[in-house]
Design a protein around this ligand. Structure first.
Ligand code: FEO
Length: 395
């Protein structure tokens, strides 16, 4: 597949990576991805928007230079500097040494760390423009979508918005336009959940910032180019970024893993204490849990309690699966505690507490450990733990 014409003087020059199955080490990408790059040609200058992952450098250069001679490229726009977009930057600058690098101010240290040398960068702010002759690049600062450096570029004469990761998808389909590719609805949501979700408040700010732009096409840096249903794509992001609806009572979720029923018994007492303190409470066996669904619930919850037995000196895998999935949530303001039964060493509770604190939960009380079968005193301590968990929400 070669390049695509998107509008007069605007081309897709990206590459497809259909075989990718894991992005950024942790994110599943069942449909591969694309590293989208764009060329914008004016009467007096040409700009490249983004480069490509280093592995695809030669293919990327072949595409770009099939459309334009290196000497004609006047600007390289870096909306965001993560290496999936900047991996080819160093090699590109060898080909276009006189091109002006353009980025947000926040991107400059990243650019220097990527090139490992000092470099001149033209930094742009909200509303700054670059006239390429007949087409104008206009910039909008949109930090944390998905790094502190992110900005959007808008080509007003063509109505094309280039928002880098924002509104992207890991979805490789060489037809590229949203109305021609296979259904990528799930990939779009999956992408939001794993890349954008931690930055919801910035999504809302960015949507507000671009709301009056006459956008006719959205050209993200991953996945299909959007030219139909733009209002729906934008509204989805708005809805997904709104704070979850809250009930009248605080909501606590109690998770447990159990071999012989001991930690389950403790979980039920924690739940009882939490109810006594005025919370609505859900109790969940993590052994059979659907972690993605639980993550959505945790987002809505005010407090969680995690219970695990100890095996080989550690909490067991499902609880780590849960806790590692919470990194994409806004945790501040939520409370958490830990508990668990053990045989002879009982490290699980301490390790879970450390992780909960690392995730920025408030941990209002020391966890409860019970050796093998919990005693009446252990169960009372669990009940008190549940009370303290919920009590901490108003403290
Ligand atoms: Fe596609 Fe945050 O890089």
């Amino acid at each position: 597949m070669n390049t695509l014409s998107m509008a007069p003087g605007v081309y897709w020059t990206g590459v497809l990576d259909p075989d990718l199955r894991i992005f950024d080490v942790i994110m599943k990408a069942d449909h591969g991805t694309t590293y989208n790059s764009y060329l914008v040609k004016g009467d007096k200058g040409c700009a490249l928007i983004e480069t490509a992952k280093e592995k695809f450098r030669d293919q990327y250069f072949q595409k770009v230079f099939s459309l334009v001679d290196p000497s004609q490229i006047t600007h390289v726009i870096l909306n965001h500097t993560e290496p999936d977009h900047t991996g080819s930057l160093g090699a590109l600058l060898e080909q276009v040494p006189s091109a002006t690098l353009v980025s947000s101010k926040n991107a400059v240290p990243f650019i220097k760390a990527i090139l490992n040398r000092d470099v001149e960068v033209l930094t742009v702010g909200d509303g700054d423009t670059i006239d390429l002759g007949g087409v104008t690049l206009e910039f909008f600062q949109t930090p944390f979508l998905h790094w502190p450096d992110t900005m959007f570029t808008f080509v007003r004469e063509r109505g094309i918005l280039f928002p880098c990761d924002f509104l992207g998808s890991h979805f490789a389909d060489e037809r590229m336009f949203d109305d021609e590719v296979d259904d990528f609805t799930l990939a779009r949501r999956h992408y939001f959940d794993h890349i954008i979700r931690p930055f919801k408040e910035y999504v809302l700010k960015a949507l507000d910032k671009i709301k009056d732009l006459p956008v006719k096409m959205i050209a993200p840096s991953h996945g299909p180019i959007l030219r139909t249903n733009l209002d729906k794509y934008i509204e989805d992001y708005r809805q997904w970024s709104l704070a979850p609806a809250k009930g009248e009572k605080p909501y606590a979720m109690v998770f447990y893993l159990t071999s012989y029923g001991n930690t389950k018994q403790m979980a039920e007492e924690v739940a009882k204490g939490a109810r006594e303190a005025g919370a609505d409470v859900g109790v969940f066996d993590l052994q059979a849990a659907d972690i993605p669904a639980i993550v959505d619930e945790v987002e809505r919850a005010d407090a969680i309690a995690t219970g695990s037995l100890t095996i080989n000196g550690d909490a067991v895998k499902p609880v780590w699966d849960l806790l590692s999935s919470l990194a994409t949530l806004k945790i501040r303001g939520k409370s958490a505690v830990a508990f668990g039964s053990y045989g002879w060493s009982g490290e699980a509770v301490r390790f879970m507490e450390e992780r909960l604190k690392g995730l920025k939960f408030k941990v209002p009380a020391e966890g409860v450990r019970a050796q093998l079968f919990p005693t009446e005193a252990d169960l009372n301590a669990c009940r008190e733990l549940g009370r303290k968990l919920v009590g901490s929400l108003s403290a």
